[in-house]
Design a protein around this ligand. Structure first.
Ligand SMILES: NC(=O)c1ccc[n+]([C@@H]2O[C@H](COP(=O)([O-])OP(=O)(O)OC[C@H]3O[C@@H](n4cnc5c(N)ncnc54)[C@H](O)[C@@H]3O)[C@@H](O)[C@H]2O)c1
Length: 323
């Protein structure tokens, strides 16, 4: 069964291809390689191209018998979205509109969409449940919420069923060492911290030490990438079994502060990790932690890795291998 994986040369998408192949599916990767790596496409074939190119997408759908789409392709740097919003609306929203139109034109009626906890904005209580208010505070979150809305409307209008998975923070690497997080320009905490541990960077910036949290640094819920991609396979099976369009939080229900993550990395690596305290970044929030009971109920999914030590350990093994 052929599954289109947009952004399959990127971090989460490449791990998803492995999970799909292990579950008996054939992944077809579409990626413009703006952030992804050709060598990360180890399961299925790579079609290099852009979601904003309608003719390119239509040809892929026409040439294959695509049963469903796993839609990862997007730009995903919150701070960049604040300073360059049109880039985010053009890529993440317009790209998704093209993709959905191509899918509909070619009778593909199932989509799993990579949404984000950024759709909630500043939560009024923790942990966050799916029905909590959705008031994004940055263009990245606004764009993802718009795509979720479009997908629901396309179910009403055309019967296109979808699962929007609202990831909290994806982290870690493939435990077999086949894949990991690998970006030319890294913006995410754990890979940056591990680059400092590996001696590739001098220090890591800690953005904000005056948040209303126990140690003043921002708290995030880190979900291991292999658990996250298992949730995608479960979501695909949910749609195949006739399940309804829905949106689900994917996290662990446990938050760690930036300081706790750095201290954990010091313990796991046994290395010195220098930090520079910097001001808060625009668009960043103090604390985001998921309630994942709905995903447990609908997908029979639960994270298998919850301890931050275990998550950092897989990422460190990848970092050491990648050098
Ligand atoms: N990593 C996280 O913590 C996290 C959290 C919440 C949501 N998400 C979402 O999950 C998805 C995957 O995230 P990731 O961490 O793997 O990101 P990533 O940057 O590693 O992967 C995205 C991939 O999409 C490709 N791409 C971007 N725009 C494209 C376009 N127009 N056409 C074709 N390919 C394009 C990039 O080259 C890259 O390979 C994204 O949609 C992101 O917004 C990620």
């Amino acid at each position: 069964m052929e599954i289109l994986v947009t952004g399959g040369a990127g971090y989460v998408g490449s791990h998803a291809c492995k999970a799909l192949a292990n579950a008996g599916y054939t992944p077809l990767v579409v990626d413009n390689l703006s952030r992804g790596n050709t060598h990360a496409v180890k399961w299925g074939s790579l079609y290099e191209g852009d979601l904003r190119d309608t003719a390119f997408l239509d040809k892929i759908f026409r040439d294959h018998d695509i049963q469903a789409v796993l839609h990862f392709a997007a730009d995903s740097n919150v701070a960049e979205s604040v300073v360059d919003p049109s880039k985010y609306y053009k890529n993440n929203v317009a790209g998704s509109i093209n993709l959905v139109e191509s899918a509909l034109n070619n009778r593909c009626d199932k989509v799993i969409f990579s949404s984000t906890c950024q759709v909630y904005g500043t939560p009024n209580k923790l942990p966050i449940v799916e029905d909590d208010p959705k008031l994004p505070v940055n263009p990245y979150g606004h764009g993802k919420l718009l795509v979720e809305r479009m997908l629901r409307d396309c179910d009403e209008a055309h019967g296109l069923r979808s699962v929007s998975l609202r990831y909290f923070n994806a982290a870690g690497a493939d435990p077999q060492g086949d894949l990991g997080e690998e970006h030319h320009q890294e913006s995410r905490l754990i890979p940056l911290v591990l680059r400092v541990a590996a001696g590739i960077r001098e220090a890591v910036e800690v953005y904000g030490s005056d948040y209303p949290t126990q140690d003043g640094t921002a708290i995030r819920d880190y979900v291991h990438v292999t658990d996250l991609v298992d949730a995608h396979v479960a979501a695909l099976k949910h749609l195949e079994a006739g399940g309804e369009t829905t949106a689900l939080n994917i996290g662990t229900g446990r938050g760690y502060s930036v300081k706790e993550v750095i201290d954990t990395a010091r313990t796991v690596t046994g290395r010195t990790i220098r930090t520079n305290i910097a001001p808060r970044r625009p668009g960043d929030l103090p604390e985001l932690v998921a309630n994942c009971e709905r995903a447990a109920r609908v997908l029979d999914w639960q994270p298998s890795v919850v301890a931050i030590e275990d998550i950092v350990e897989t990422a460190w093994r990848w970092q050491c291998r990648a050098q």
